[in-house]
Design a protein around this ligand. Sequence first.
Ligand SMILES: Nc1ncnc2c1ncn2[C@@H]1O[C@H](COP(=O)(O)OP(=O)(O)O)[C@@H](O)[C@H]1O
Ligand SMILES: [Mg+2]
Length: 250
Amino acid sequence: MIEFREVTKEYPNGTKALRGVNLTIAPREFVFVVGSSGAGKSTFLKLLLHEEIPTGGTVRVGRYELNNLSRKQIPHYRRQLGMVFQDFRLIATMNVYDNIAFAMRVVGRRERAIRERVAYLLQLVGLSHKAHSKPSELSGGEQQRVAIARALANNPDLIIADEPTGNIDPRMSRELLDLFVQLNEQGTTIVMVTHAHELVRQYNKRIIILDNGIVTADGGLRQAPTLVPPQPVRRHTTPIPAYNFERRVG
Ligand SMILES: Nc1ncnc2c1ncn2[C@@H]1O[C@H](COP(=O)(O)OP(=O)(O)O)[C@@H](O)[C@H]1O
Ligand SMILES: [Mg+2]
């Protein structure tokens, strides 16, 4: 589904954000992309979204060769992606229903189909009772669930999430991840960039570590030792023998 081949990205100021990235992500995979600040994670996502183009190498997503995407193809390409951002990016003046419906209206879906799908999505993310609320009336976790419902509106094969738990509490983060796992089990490919190592450790998924523009690890938790905290030192204290009163008396 996704293929990066020898991908480099050098910004006009000379910064080399990616320096020869090779990776493939198969349909239906669930991948965490982690790495410290400046490692190239956002650049990686921008290339996936075709917001930036590589200075070297090729990026392919599904049947699209992103290096050669025509202007006309770009909206079609982006429509098959579901995007979730750290800062939700909901439209403040629209209620929850319309925020989700909007994504379907722009692609010309009929109101009847929209009504059915939005009702289904609101139920999926547990927000049917908030359909008429404005984003400002929701908690961070609820806003992010609306954003996920919106990302799913046009039934994408691929969800790309950029630090989606960055502004929500740990319990909601777990719920969001559980929802991603559920979607993934139903066939959606998930690529999630995150700093939340604690969360990554709790899910047994593929982890790609970016460091200074290079993939330094790719695999499960075993291949990502820097993500696993050192085991707490076990103290093998010798039990203190109980004092034998009887012997003393004897
Ligand atoms: N538009 C840009 N112009 C110049 N340098 C950039 C630009 N965007 C990012 N960079 C640089 O590229 C490197 C990787 O950045 P980025 O992909 O945002 O990393 P991350 O998301 O992992 O923090 C950093 O050194 C950053 O300063
Ligand atoms: Mg970033």
